[in-house]
Design a protein around this ligand. Sequence first.
Ligand SMILES: *Cc1c(COP(=O)(O)O)cnc(C)c1O
Ligand SMILES: [Zn+2]
Length: 408
Amino acid sequence: MPFSYVSHLYCPKCKKTYSTNKKHQLCECGSPLLVAYNLDALRKDLKPEIIANREPNIWRYHELLPVENSEHIVSLGEGMTPLVPMPRLGRDMDVEQLYMKDEGVIPTGTFKARGAAVGISKAKELGVKNLAMPTNGNAGAAWSLYAARAGIQVTVVMPVDAPVITRNECAIAGADLYLVNGLISDAGAIVSKAIQQRNLYDASTLKEPYRIEGKKTMGLEIAEQFSWKLPDVILYPTGGGVGLIGIYKALKELQDLGWVQGKLPRLVAVQAENCAPIVKAWNQKKQVSEFWPNSSTVAFGINVPKALGDFLVLDALYKTDGCAIAVEDDAIMNEQRNVAHLEGAFICPEGAAAFLAARRLREKGWIRKGERVVVLNTGIGLKYTHTVSIEVPILQPGDHLPERENYS
Ligand SMILES: *Cc1c(COP(=O)(O)O)cnc(C)c1O
Ligand SMILES: [Zn+2]
């Protein structure tokens, strides 16, 4: 049995195919490329019971990942993050079966580690020595750290407003780091020029085909953690949309393998009110989004004014009877506090946006009573300390605590 059942790359737009043994970026037609697997063979060779006995990390699904030789794997133990029941928050929003898939406890503190682990491993397999990418922070941090482990040199360009901790992560890993006075789209334009001048491998979102395969493992894990019985709704804070495209791809592959039955979960793309290109396109029943001018949000990971894979995100929403919804920054911060108060989880603003969206969709009746709902918390709140502002009384040595009612 081969380690990977990867078969080839294909273009979801023009259907042209490419080999996975050579470096490829976009299709000739400009579309991102996706990875295809030999699922007919895999259906005969592999059963879920075999996977159940493997190590709790993403490589337990190695047949469905693109790395062909296990020696090329670059891993920090990423994956199999907890699927945490949220009963108190669930009662608060009348979603009794509410779960958090907590990506805050993965190496680098965000789910970007999944994309980096698979992207860097495959880059190593393909002999890549130097790569470059624009980032809103978290992806750059994860790729810098995994690249360091692989001995690959990385050039990263991120907005000056990106969370400061992510700069430090890139820098300490030895990345060639630049800040741009602008948005991720501006960083992307600078990286594109550098790619041509310096002959670098372009690791921009969806310009290399393998990051999405790493993010796909969130979908595989959710299915396995529910014993291959899929939930009704999955909410995902959507920037470039790779996570959502990946989850959808995972669920379809599992359907093809016959490991899951019935209707797929309704996928929900959650965006911020001041950066909601996917929501706008979905409201207008469009197949692609338009560039969102002057975008801004505290949920920095979803500040993406135009995503290369927008048509794939929208397709996943339409095909699963899902939806797209935008939420406001102040309400996001409120929900972040709610989650910490009620469930003891310090989640990132992007994750809080997705919980807030669940609340809103339940209020509208779009989420029905009793449905099983999974919210992706894409990162740990500890990476965003600056977004929480508090006031604490300062005492002098020898002071008593101020008067308060007795605790009961
Ligand atoms: C990147 C990121 C997102 C958005 O992910 P996409 O898959 O690019 O849509 C959401 N949350 C956090 C914390 C992120 O870093
Ligand atoms: Zn094409």
